[in-house]
Design a binder for this molecule. Sequence first.
Ligand code: PMP
Length: 440
Amino acid sequence: GNQNLLAMQEKRESNARSYPRRLPLAIKRAEGVYITDMDGKQYIDCLAGAGTLALGHNHAVVREAIEGFMQSYVPLHTLDLTTPVKEAFIDEVFASLPASFAEKVKIHFCGPTGGDAVEAALKLVKTATGNRVIFSFQGGYHGSTHGALSITGTTSPKKNIHALVPDAHFLPYPYEYRCPFGIGKEGHRISSTYIEHLLDDPESGIVTPAGVIVEVVQGEGGSIPAPVGWLKELRRITRERNIPLIIDEVQTGIGRTGKMFAFEHAGIEPDVLILSKAIGGSLPLSVVLYDKRLDKWEPGAHIGTFRGNQMAMAAGQATLRFIKENELPAHAHALGIYVKEQLQQIQKQVPSIGEVRGLGLMLGIEIINPVKQPNTIGSYPAYPELARKIQQECFNRGVILEVGGRFGTVIRLLPPLIISKEQVDEVLQRFYEAITSAEA
Ligand code: PMP
């Protein structure tokens, strides 16, 4: 049963744990949005491999793609040499991009993880521009490897690592609930004006960066969508100064936010687009798509043994096709609006929700301590202990969700894109019971 496996895990594994290990879960099987533990208890999975499982667990389309791939005798491993599977995958990716963006980009296979793709993107823009500084954002998350960690805003994963890659500069992200640069309808203009000022005033001490990297919706930072106006300004500022704009869509990409790619909400296009998680159809894969004009690096500039996971490409292609054929971005959009409305109703009935936000099926619930005083911008203090308690209460009721965000106080919902309205209603009902019970 559960206890057996959990005890084995406890005894054997290293201290460096992650994800829902706070919750005692040993998994026997999973299908669709459901996970079944060793004792037969069923959970609705609203974490979905941190957004990776766009089609949920073991979807027939993914299973068929993997089984068909094995039967085809296309090699599992080819370094980055080509096969029909790889070319078909690339065709599918390009057909999913906005046409004007597809026309101007090349694809780079960088390895199995999002972190690999971030490393590649940083090296690409440094090579192309000859510059060294990278601008990124407070609260941003880009990975655990040295380079990606160096440009990650969150300080806790960096606190014991002393020699990070230098020349990262962190700008305020328009986190409307907690950041003074995001407050009010027009507040984000302060942030973009500040960025422009930093770049143009020599007394800021900032030199022109090699690139700016941003998430359209901060994921690990707490499901925080950037205002469209701010994104447009960031695009204008970077374009006018010839600074490559890197959009990290490791978590937001492939339909998650209600559009195929989150940058489409703002009507902008990046110079470099980073994709991983769902792009491999649940298997490890990452790619970087970048403006051909940046293609100044030499052959072998970014290598790695596992850059060509052919089975992941087969699963990824099938996933992409299914997402398009079944209009899952529109489904995520509609369901996202519905869930937000329902959560806002719950917000009216409980004191500890400060904000409900998100785009598509990438939602965040800001948990606050309502008995304390709000600060000068009207937001109440974070309450990570209560957020954890709500997570535990949800778990007890068979719902798996994540707690994250810069202050550890955001309940995050990232269900598979195939989740139905009935399943979402079930999650909402159990969440309501969990939050009232945790508050009591
Ligand atoms: N960028 C973003 C936006 C992410 O959310 C993540 C992972 N949560 C990464 C990069 C890193 O991806 P990986 O964990 O696969 O290295």
